[in-house]
Structure formats: C-alpha cells, structure tokens
Design a protein around this ligand. Sequence first.
Ligand SMILES: [Fe+2]
Ligand SMILES: [Fe+2]
Length: 394
Amino acid sequence: MTSPFVTAPTLADDKKTYGRLELNLVRNRKQDHTALLDQAAASFDYARCRDSYWNPEPFSLCYGTPIWDQASPSQRVILNQLYWVAYYSQIISAEVATIFFNQTSAAGLYAVEDFRIVCDTLDLESMQERAHINAFKKISDETEHALFGKRIFSYAMRGPYDETMVHGDTDRLRAAWKQLQLRTFGMLSSGNAFIACQYFTVRGLRTLNGKIVQHQLSHFYARHPDQANAPVPSAVSYYHFQDESYHFNSSMLISKDVLGSLAPPTPFERMVANLALRGCQKDHFHFSAAINGIFWYDPSVYAAVLEVLMSKHFGLDRRGALELMERSFCHETDGAVASRDTHTTARESYKKYLDDGLGYVSRANREMAVMSKSTLEGHLAANRAAMRSFAAAA
Ligand SMILES: [Fe+2]
Ligand SMILES: [Fe+2]
C-alpha cells in the first residue's frame, strides 16, 4: 500500500496500530446494527409498548425527586419513557455534530499517506449514526405526539452548528460565539491532520460519558426475559450501545495510537486541541436532577417539566406544578445526588482517558479543572435562583 516514493515511516508501518484499526473496522462491519435499527424504527408502534418501562427504573425523568416519589404507577411509566425520549434527543444532537466532524476530520487525515483505513472507519460510523438518529427521532416524535400532541423534548431536524447541548446553560450571544467556534473547528480540522486526529480525543470523552449511561440502558433489553416482546425502544438502546462500543474503540485508536504516526504538534495546534477539550469540560459542567447522565442545565429544562406536569397525564395546575418543581429541583434529593455521582464518575474517567500518552494536554484539562468546580451546592444555588425568576414569569 505504501508508495515506493515514500521513505519516512507511515501508519502502515505501525503494524500494531494498523492491525487494530483493521480488526475494529472488520468487526464493526460484521456486527453492524443498521438493519436491525431500521427494522426496529419501522416497527415502532407506541400503542404496543405504552404500558411498559423502556429503561431500568432509575433511568426515569426526575427519578429520586418528589416528582417521582408522588407519581402514580402509570405516571411513572410515562416518566420512564420520557427519560428515553429526552436522553436520545440529546444523543441526536451530539450525533449530528459527530457526523459532520467525522467528515471534516476524515478530510484532514486523508491528506496523510496510508490513512485510508481511518477514513473508511469514519465513513461507516457516520452511516451508522444516521440510522441511530433515524430510530431515536422516529420513536421520540411518535411518542410525544401520542402523549402530548406536541413536542416537549424532541425537535425538528437540526444542523451541526446548533448548540450540541440541547438544554445547556446558554443565551443568544454565547450560542452565536459557540457557532463561530464550531465553524472554525470544522475548517481547521479539515486541513490539519493533528487537529483532525485530536477531535477524537474530544469525541472519546463524549462517547465515554455516553457509554457510562448507555451500558446501563442496554441492560433492560439484554436482561429482558422475553426479548422478542420487549419494548422496541429498549431494543434500540441495546443495538445502539453495540455500535457505539466500536466507535469508542476507534476514538481511542485514532486519538492515542494513530497520533504516533503524525508530526508533533506546533504551539498553535496544541492550543486548538486544548481549547476543544476545555469546551468539552464547559459543556459537561452541569448535572441535571431531571435527567441523570446528561449534563443539562436544569433551569433550561424547567419549561419542559412544567408542560409535563400540567399535561392531562399529571393534571396539576400551574401553582401545584411550580410548588412540586421547587421541591424537586431546589433541595438536596436522592435524584440530585445520583446525578452528581454520575458527573463525578464521568469526570474521573475523562481524567484516566487523558492521562495515558497525550503529552500535549494542559494541566487544567488533565485535571478537569473546570468540571471539578461543579458541586451540589452550586447546582442547588443556580436552580434556586432560576426557579424564582421562572416562577415569577410562568
Ligand atoms: Fe450513535
Ligand atoms: Fe457513535
């Protein structure tokens, strides 16, 4: 494969890494869950799984808060299903961005001799992400349509420059600045192999966060006594987790092992890569009592939760709903503690990821200095302040 004109060692000469890349691609092609996901999406019928949980119980909206504690069994089923909808609505946004940066990074990496295998891997993954998004979107849209007749957590199709965090701590100015950063990163990664390669460190961290939760979501189907009749969304969680384990593997291989086949970074390249990691820390700063495992900013979820509580399924009036939300979001609850613990687990696993062979990473990123500042006290203070203005405006 290597041209006779090329005398310097290339990726193909790093036999160990090249072999692992090949194995990952061959196995992912063989076990590709695209057809199963397409089938599951096509067969989804809300009426057929409306009465059952779709996730293990702790993965329910507002689990461990008074909203959950006082919900009836049928309301709990809805909270469990809404967790699925909210969770995968966030994954849709993350994967729309992933498809784009897979493509810009593949463009940047294809400029290096013998990098075809990396690009082929990314092409397969992008195609899989479209199947993932299709399944998440079809189920989320139909579920919310059946339950509420309108969108609560789902949204119309979006592009890669929209805020990746669907319910983050942002405003118009910050969203515009973020959009500019995303555009710049896309442009830089498409023409710079180091920056392209190090996109996969960011993707690796994000996938690691997904892995922590999605592994547990996949258990519902994996341990279901009657898989053929298990609710379709639980099968989607399981199939998706299988595909994603290959994606996580390739993030690790590209960001760490493939890096050895590239020239050491210039100061500019180090800066851009560290800024991207810092951006990831900022995106993952908050944790949410509404949804354990997604680092949403609770105040920006308030409006959605209010809608749910005031819907016919919960039947609360505005005052009752706001009072219940105050008790659920503004005080220490088992739910908030569990979400904080998931945040800590994620942060510690990010540290481990960065600790291993990535010499250019700054100390502030290596120690997850931004994420480390996120505390339960800070979370409650932010929720309380926002609740006062939300209740006054609602
Ligand atoms: Fe995916
Ligand atoms: Fe993925």
